[in-house]
Design a protein around this ligand. Structure first.
Ligand code: ZN
Ligand code: ZN
Length: 263
């Protein structure tokens, strides 16, 4: 029985018992327990406590990419193995606000708390069920023009090459867990299918980085329909127009902090 439970520790909607923020952090529990992203603050720890999830006993953290809203929480952890792409510590500026959107804590300060980084561009299996997907090849034509060009590193357009995700094999098929999907949610799904050798995609959850009711959104919905994806749960950086369109196409649950989903 290859089960999977995802607990929402940080996301943009609050629930009756847990507060929200602009950030993302999920506890992913299958044959191994993984902390996926750490949000923009220490909120994920507060919410984990309320939800009865023991973060101390989780050994492995997977970081989707090097933006503050996913990596700032690393400064509150100790003794973890942190799996990520080598590009996560790039210094980054938002093209829309001019704000620094890098992780706000230095690598040395995170390591000073007894944390160890495993930085890889290649996919890395974290357990029999769970794989960190590494650098995501940009292969789907309608996703080649990345929205991430809104951001800059050293004055150059930043395509967020470090953007990665998790894939989890379950009895129902793959479940893909994304952070911001700057690399394109369909590109991520293609990488998940290639790396695992599993063609069936049961669910996709996390940030899709789609904002507007445009051609790219329509193409993404077509792509997911063709794959017969059953559970589609966009959250975090997914805009309201996109969230409405996904709900119309697939139904499903709203992602809120404090909720847990079994796959
Ligand atoms: Zn984000
Ligand atoms: Zn991001």
């Amino acid at each position: 029985m290859n089960a999977l439970k995802i607990s929402i520790l940080s996301d943009k909607s609050a629930s009756s018992r847990c507060r929200a923020e602009h950030g993302l952090s999920f506890a992913v529990e299958a044959d191994k327990r993984i902390l996926f992203d750490t949000g923009a603050s220490d909120l994920f720890l507060d919410n984990a406590r309320i939800m009865g999830i023991d973060i101390d006993s989780i050994e492995t953290v997977a970081l989707s990419h090097g933006h503050y809203d996913h990596g700032n929480g690393l400064q509150y952890l100790s003794g973890k193995t942190i799996v990520a792409h080598p590009g996560i510590f790039a210094q980054r500026i938002s093209g829309t606000s001019g704000r620094n959107i890098s992780i706000e804590v230095a690598r040395a300060d995170i390591e000073a708390h007894g944390n160890r980084f495993v930085l890889t561009r290649e996919p890395l299996w974290l357990s029999e069920q769970i794989v960190f997907l590494g650098e995501i090849p940009r292969v789907v034509p309608f996703e080649n023009e990345s929205r991430a060009h809104f951001h800059f590193t050293d004055g150059q357009p930043d395509v967020v090459a470090d953007d990665s995700a998790l894939a989890v094999t379950t009895d129902k098929g793959l479940v893909v867990v994304s952070g911001c999907a700057h690399s394109g949610i369909c590109n991520i799904i293609e990488q998940a299918r290639k790396v695992t050798g599993v063609g069936t995609v049961y669910g996709v959850v996390g940030g899709f980085h789609l904002k507007h009711a445009d051609d790219r959104l329509a193409s993404t919905i077509d792509f997911l329909k063709q794959l017969e994806v059953k559970i589609v749960m966009p959250s975090h950086c997914t805009g309201i127009a996109a969230q409405c369109a996904f709900y119309q196409a697939f139904g499903g649950n709203e992602v809120k902090t404090g909720l847990q989903f079994d796959f």
